[in-house]
Design a protein around this ligand. Structure first.
Ligand code: DHB
Ligand code: FE
Length: 311
């Protein structure tokens, strides 16, 4: 069946009716987007001659995606979240904002409400026999290179099984394990004392992995640590670092790796004196350089539904 009906009046009228373009009511932006996306879908069905079986497989896939609570996971895995970063990077270049710490995706596993401490925070609340101590520290500066006081550096990462607290399918972690926030002093410095993360993998029976399997793609990320850096003087930074040496660094299913986000991991001693579980520990220095507000505003602040938990 290689019929082409998209350009017929019947189909164009159907699209307009579905988006309710004939009415002044409703949200004009939502109507515009629905008409466009539905139109692009109708066109693709025509051009690729998609079968009813394929369409219903897709419709029921959305049901499973919702039941599994994985829509935001899939958005990362299909590069949609990376695409938003590419667009924000391009907007920055156009506005002549260059040279700061690169952004990269937030991902779906942030939880708001982690306790904020001054300067240093030890965030490994639960014991983890399979993971060694890690210190991540550095300085927050503005575009002028000067330290930023009262910036909040927030961090979250997985445990030795690649699981995040709050989303851990084993239920083994306490609420803010491996999540924390530090407020900088006049020197702009922050430090997290924690345990080495292991790369995350999509739930093996979830909708995201199901689609990735069809594409012959894996659903794994290299070991990484997420950050927000927030101050009222500069724009919010959303980024991550990868753990140097992870074999998946350039094979991340969520496309978050960037050249400047792979700091060196240095072996050090003296962990016991820092309150860590062993004396030898891994040390990562990572400095954040923030970008200026645009006309006094953070013009790229992203609002999205985020999990939260009481502290
Ligand atoms: C996903 C998981 C992550 O830990 C992350 O940082 C980004 C995306 C995901 O499951 O899609
Ligand atoms: Fe992550």
């Amino acid at each position: 069946m290689s019929v082409k009906v998209f350009d017929t009046k019947e189909v164009q009228d159907l699209l307009k009716a579905a988006a309710n373009l004939g009415s002044q009511d409703g949200n004009p932006r939502a109507k515009q987007i629905v008409q466009r996306l539905l139109g692009d879908l109708f066109k693709a069905i025509d051009e690729l001659d998609m079968t009813p079986d394929e369409i219903w497989a897709g419709v029921h896939y959305f049901n499973k995606l919702g039941q599994d609570g994985e829509a935001a996971l899939l958005a990362a895995g299909l590069g949609l979240e990376k695409y938003l970063d590419i667009r924000m990077d391009a907007a920055d270049r156009e506005a002549d904002i260059n040279g700061s710490t690169p952004r990269t995706i937030e991902g779906p596993l942030y939880v708001a409400g982690a306790p904020v401490r001054e300067g240093v925070s030890k965030i490994d609340l639960d014991p983890d026999a399979h993971s060694g101590p890690l210190v991540i520290h550095g300085t927050v500066t503005g575009p002028d290179g000067k330290p930023v006081a009262d910036a909040v550096v927030e961090c979250w990462h997985a445990n030795s099984k690649g699981f995040y607290s709050h989303f851990d399918p084993t239920g083994a972690q306490s609420e803010f394990n491996l999540r924390g926030a530090v407020k900088t002093g006049a020197d702009g410095k922050y430090e997290f004392r924690t345990l080495m993360p292991v790369g995350y993998g999509c739930p093996p029976h979830g909708a995201t992995q199901q689609l990735l399997n069809v594409l012959a793609r894996h659903g794994n990320r290299p070991a990484h640590v997420h950050f927000f850096v927030i101050t009222d003087k500069y724009r919010k930074l959303t980024t991550q670092i990868n753990i140097e040496g992870d074999p998946l660094i350039w094979d991340d299913f969520a496309y978050a790796t960037r050249e400047d986000l792979i700091p060196h991991v240095v072996e050090k001693n003296g962990g016991t004196a820092l309150g860590m579980k062993a004396d030898p520990y891994k040390d990562i220095e990572f400095n954040f350089e923030l970008t200026p507000l645009v006309q006094g505003k953070d013009n790229q602040l992203v609002n999205r539904l985020r999990a939260s938990a009481p502290t």
